[in-house]
Ligand binder design. Sequence first.
Ligand code: ZN
Length: 211
Amino acid sequence: MQSTSGRNERGILLGCAFKGGRSDASTETLRGLSLTTESLVEHFSREWHGSNTPKVAKVIEIWRPRNAQDRFRNYRKKLEAVTSIQELRTYYGSQCICDLGVKDTAHCEWESCGICNVIKSCFSRLAFGARYDYGSKYGDGIYSYHNPALADRFATSSMSSPFRAILACDVVVDHNGLTPSRSDESINDGERVFVRNSDAIVPSYIILYTK
Ligand SMILES: [Zn+2]
């Protein structure tokens, strides 16, 4: 595992890379990552509608395993073959009981750590090994939010971490850009994006922030 970072003029630490065992980071990759994280922080701040203004401290890119990438790509391809689709950037909140990203980017092995379970399994396992967010508005499935302040309601930090943590995700829905919209597979009500199949959503970045 390797991480690298750069400090911009606003003092925000950007561009930590969660390598998951890779050691072949190139300067080009890291330069690209900085540009991506700049626009991610912009998106996070622009979409945040809540009572407190968040301050982003770190953005950590998640390097997804090949099989998770393939599941997401195949799911998207299968839907594309039969209908119009949309890929959305949403935010997912859960409890984070470890100090992920405080000193290093190693995830923990605690069953109760929702953030680390999602990162390790790419949404196949949530906190406590659960398969879904049970009993919420549209039934069992995975709920992420356009507004990071809504995802923040589910974020619980460890006592020893100065940061809150949520995940920026990419999610595929099988309908066009109109909201609200729904199908058997997914619902986008303009606030939350619900998917029944965990292959429809992948975590892309960990955002550590204070508010
Ligand atoms: Zn953890």
